[in-house]
Design a protein around this ligand. Structure first.
Ligand code: HEC
Length: 251
């Protein structure tokens, strides 16, 4: 019995593989600032990642459930958030005449979707539906590694592979075919902090942003975990000392 338990513990703790298998795709495990029990998001990377989402991915992908005011988590102040929100036109209404209208965004608004509905999204994307990105790192196995591998994993197809019409060859996608054209090219965005915009850098940063949008409360969760471990350690010590005290009188 003991041996089985030991083997299970060893498998759980030592078995972190360097390469993760996901379907037929090929995934390398990356190291992220938000990994591990002390993991935290990297504010600078998230801000750059937000810029990549805004300037590139938002043309096709929605970011459902994320409101502009949530961007405070990235380190933006109230004024900056107001300015970001105002760059968007939000559908609102009806007005007194019963008509719908658009107005500049407010911090309480959510990011508007790029297409009015799924049909319009498919019609613009060769029949394929660009999924909502706000939860994508949770919706796929090994999400952050997978999205990074997807963005950096476009290649020319091997000679013996015939791609479907409008499809692209991808090392990460199970089946190796994806309808999304390679979204990132070298130097596509100009980062405000001067970081060179390589495809790898933009991919890492947008993953950092999407990991946050999928789990904005990760840091609180981890802090609560650490606090409970400290509490349990302290309690164990106290209980041990009191046990020794109490039993010492019985000898
Ligand atoms: C020109 C439109 C377009 C742009 C720009 C675009 N995508 Fe996509 N994306 C798509 C389409 C279409 C699909 C669906 C692909 C499929 O099902 O084969 C997709 C699928 C995806 C998927 C899901 C893959 C899966 O496992 O199903 C992810 C993740 C993704 N895109 C991330 C991004 C990121 C991050 C960016 C910005 C750097 C981006 N996309 C930019 C059109 C786009």
């Amino acid at each position: 019995m003991k041996r089985i338990v030991l083997a299970a513990v060893a498998a759980l703790t030592l078995g972190a593989p360097a390469a993760l298998a996901s379907g037929e795709g090929d995934l390398a495990a990356q190291s992220w600032s938000f990994d591990g029990i002390f993991g935290q998001y990297d504010r600078h990377a998230m801000q750059r990642g937000f810029q990549v989402y805004k300037e590139v991915c938002a043309a096709c992908h929605a970011l459902k459930y994320v409101a502009f005011r949530n961007l405070a988590d990235l380190g933006f102040n109230e004024e900056e958030i107001k300015a970001i929100a105002a760059e968007y036109q939000i559908a609102d209404g009806p007005d007194e005449a019963g008509d719908m209208f658009t107005r500049p965004g407010r911090p309480s608004d959510q990011f508007p979707a790029p297409f009015a509905n799924d049909q319009a999204a498919r019609a613009s994307n060769n029949g394929a539906l660009p999924p909502n990105l706000s939860l994508i790192t949770k919706a796929r196995a090994h999400g952050p590694d997978y999205v990074y591998a997807l963005l950096t994993g476009y290649r020319d197809p091997p000679a013996d592979v015939v791609l479907g019409e409008g499809m692209n060859y991808s090392l990460a996608m199970p089946g190796n075919q994806i309808a999304m054209p390679p979204p990132l090219t070298e130097g596509q965005v100009t980062f405000a902090d001067g970081t060179p915009a390589t495809v790898e850098q933009m991919s890492r940063d947008v993953v950092q942003f999407l990991a946050w949008s999928a789990e904005p409360t990760l840091e609180e969760r981890k802090n609560a975990g650490i606090k409970s471990m400290l509490f349990l350690a302290l309690m164990t010590g106290l209980l041990y000392v009191s046990k020794r005290r109490i039993w010492s009188k019985l000898h």
